[in-house]
Design a protein around this ligand. Sequence first.
Ligand code: ADP
Ligand code: ZN
Ligand code: ZN
Length: 742
Amino acid sequence: MTKRFAQIIIDISHEKVDRTFDYRIPPQLEDRISVGVLVKIPFGKGNSLRKGYVVGITDHADYDADKIKEIAGIVEGSVSAESQLIMLAWWLKEQYGSTMNQALKTVLPVKQKVKPKEKKVLRLLIPEEQLEAVTAEAEKKSYKARVRLFKALKENPLIPYEVASGQMNLSAATLKPVIEKGYVALESEEIFRNPVKDAGSRVKAVDLNGEQQAVADAFCEDYEAGKRETYLIHGITGSGKTEVYMEMISRVISEGKQVIVLIPEIALTYQTVMRFYGRFGNRVSIINSRLSAGERYDQFERARGGDIDIMIGPRSALFTPFSRLGLIIIDEEHEGAYKSEVVPRYHAREVAVKRAQMQNASVVLGSATPSLEAYTKALRGEYRLFSLHTRAKADSRLADVAVVDLREELKAGNKSIFSRRLQQMIGDRLEKKEQIMMFINRRGYANFVSCRSCGEAIKCPHCDVTLTLHKDNRLVCHYCGYSIPMPDKCPSCGSPYIANFGVGTQKIEMMAKKMFPQARVLRMDLDTTSKKGGHEEILSAFAEGDADILIGTQMIVKGHDFPDVTLVGVLAADLSLYTPDYRAAERTFQLLTQAAGRAGRDARHGDVIIQTYNPEHYSIVTAAGQDYETFYHQEMAYRRLMKYPPVNVLFTVQMASKSEAVLVEAADRLAAHITPQADEEKVQMIGPVDASVYKINDIYRKILYLKQENYDILIKIRDNIDCFQKENQELFKGVVVQYDLS
Ligand code: ADP
Ligand code: ZN
Ligand code: ZN
């Protein structure tokens, strides 16, 4: 009698995923049962046959082995999307360290009973002259939302309802009167389907330039030859990556395959989604975080049913149940949002590559500032590298970038947040009626201390990250625990002008209004966008010329084309440089490069001013020169020196508990337990140290860092930690342990 058992989920729905049932694997099926396989099993009192997916295999059953029923058979047929996603969940669990339940909940959408909504579309009913007339009238009356709708309809006479209410933020109250007046009609998808058939004449693809065409051709050649690879397109901002993606998509769907396109939520704007609808019509669907669980489920059902070929969305769109997947595209591949913040802490890039491998699909990554991870793999030949060096629009060129040294400003007696050069340029643009974006990275607003005379931020002597100012007036390193009292002089130059560096968007807005009373100023940050649709409202108001200056956090630098913006000011580039994170320089380079890419998107000349206390820092120098290669090599040298990823794998063990005493005890004993193994395997271990925010909601958090080149060695240590926890359940009572491998 075989000793193996399968864990089976009967129904893939949110509630039941929590519960698996054990079944014995009969000897004749031994070779064919693996995770993801759909089986028939006797279930309940009557032993009626039900279908279920195998989600795990063990050699010990949780209870009396004799009473366990046997699997009745395998459901024959092609491998379904679910099976594949369940196999992927298994991989997630193994790779990132989570329970199978957590992994299943990540890959399978929550099933909810909702009224299935018909797909609707807004269709323009009136001729062009009349549209111009009603637009003018709405403008006169300042019906902003209505103007937005009319302008969009001028370009696209058909707009999917989900885009109108989503990306365009149009309320039912806006739509009702224009429908009643007969300007537009709300129609069902069936009607959408027909006119889109001749979409070719409505929105024709642009003619790719030579560089773009070469990339698309190389991909298509591979695809036709049956080669499935991972490609990285390194293309400067505005080089036309999206057009290249669309060409690739065309090719792949023409063979009856399906495509997933990941775009960070923040860049998933009206402009972007309409480009895809314009080209592919109703074969496209989008998901975004505004959708309820039920709506998301609906979208996934449409995908499963084969109603669509292309799914566009943020990270979670990766798990669209396509059974004929041919291609996964990840735009802005370097974005932090592609890493999951909850267990399993997966990275979309790695999961995409895995899923593509399982379903014989290709992966295309694109970025103007590739992550060090991706670029390293490309240089090693693991990914195939393509480059786009020029702006796609014939008359568009990169902006001129100037770096302003803020220490010089202080010396010259200018204590304002706006340098003299920036002030002068703002004045010039206001006069010319051109638009200005001012950008501050408030995420780096953390409590670090820097010197206004020499520009140095106070750093940990051991870790090369900035120290964080705590309430008790001590500076603490969040990586190693090193701590000193807050000094009264700069440790580098002795200047007394050292302070907690803090300027927020609100303060900047105030100062801008004071200095330029004639300017109309808009602000975009977490405060002004927290209400539903706030984000779109501000962006479209700015795009429509309702303001001269837009001030914002990194939200404003992504994915938007504002042709009238000819000046971008980065107020304090250093803010993202001094975060307690080894990726600080990489993030700074990315943000500055993307911000610079916002200026001069059309024929008019664009200028970028980067204000900084560190004009010599390589991330700032190379971003100003739009020189990715040099940045990459300098940053890699630093990562090598510090043994940070992607040179080494960083394994983070986060422990959290309501009781500080329990946490300290558990963390210390766990560290002591794995020390001998870490020593023997040459794993560098740091900690346990306090998390950068030690206490959140009365929960204390400690972190253990482990670094090694070899991923498998770290996995062995992880398994050891798992065992240790199981053997010491008393010790870990009330302690949550989470893993992160990157
Ligand atoms: P990226 O994604 O690389 O930033 P986009 O694909 O958004 O670039 O292209 C930038 C701009 O250039 C868009 O307005 C796009 O319509 C335009 N564009 C792209 N390719 C071409 C082309 N071959 N000819 C003319 N315009 C193009
Ligand atoms: Zn100093
Ligand atoms: Zn330190």
